[in-house]
Design a protein around this ligand. Sequence first.
Ligand code: CP
Ligand code: NVA
Length: 317
Amino acid sequence: VRHLISISELSNKEFETLVTKAIAFKKIIKEDSKSDILKNHQKLLGKTVALVFSKRSTRTRISSEGASAFFGAQPMFLGKDDIQLGVNESLYDTTKVISSMVSTIFARVNSHKEIQELAKHSSVPIINSLCDTYHPLQAITDIMTIKETFGNVEGLKLAWIGDANNVINDLLIAALRVGINVSVATPAGIEIDPKVVLVAEEIAAGNGASYELTHDPLAAAKDANILVTDTFVSMGEEAQTEAKLKQFAGFQISKEHTGVAAPNWKFMHCLPRHHEEVTDDVFYHENSIVFPEAENRLYAAISVLDTLVVNKGDFSK
Ligand code: CP
Ligand code: NVA
């Protein structure tokens, strides 16, 4: 069974396929919403899709439920208070049972180890819907959004100013796969996972894209076409809020950063957004593409469902 755990586990070509397909599905849905074409996609009619979410979600939940509906499947949202998982039943037993009854499982968990466990024991595709280390659905969406905005993406510079965890880990790998150069600025003491750096190194060596890791937000922002950030306090880190906000002093994206960026700069954010990581004048600027980015989550989820479930992991279809 083919799962989607991280962009690091895909080839460059497989990743591009998921992005291209997401763009194609968007076109179909936008242009043909009134025609019968939509009905032709109901290839999972009568089937079910499980959403096993141990954390809150707006975009991931809506897009995976929407994607299920697009293919005619019934999504089942199984939040942490709804099922026995973790309270009264082991992850192993839960995975065996759920996967015996559904077509695929979108899973939002705490640790990467949990998603690996799920993938190991599930008889159906596991779609990582956020763990502490990766967020592949977001990375597919973000590259799709960058392609829509810029057309040719090769040689663009993406600047990340923020934390070093799930969203940037997959975005760094994804951007390099399509030839976007990446500059990652994190506070000193917060470093990109060495395992992720190793993958980045390998991809960059293979296709000539470059990346740099810095602690200087303005250096990262210089001449950047795309400025990206995420919350400084991820879900599950609430107890560290004060310490983390102190660590991130000077990292709020503002006019200072857009002022040194390329004239055609765009701002992106996976959302949900808080004030500390970006000022309102950047977040709501006409160069901010955060809302089209959020909408594109739907098409990314459709693309992944089509590839892993409808086409049973065959990326060539
Ligand atoms: N970007 C994202 O994953 O948002 P949600 O947490 O709302 O799903
Ligand atoms: N880094 C954030 C992303 C939310 C979509 C978190 O883990 O909470």
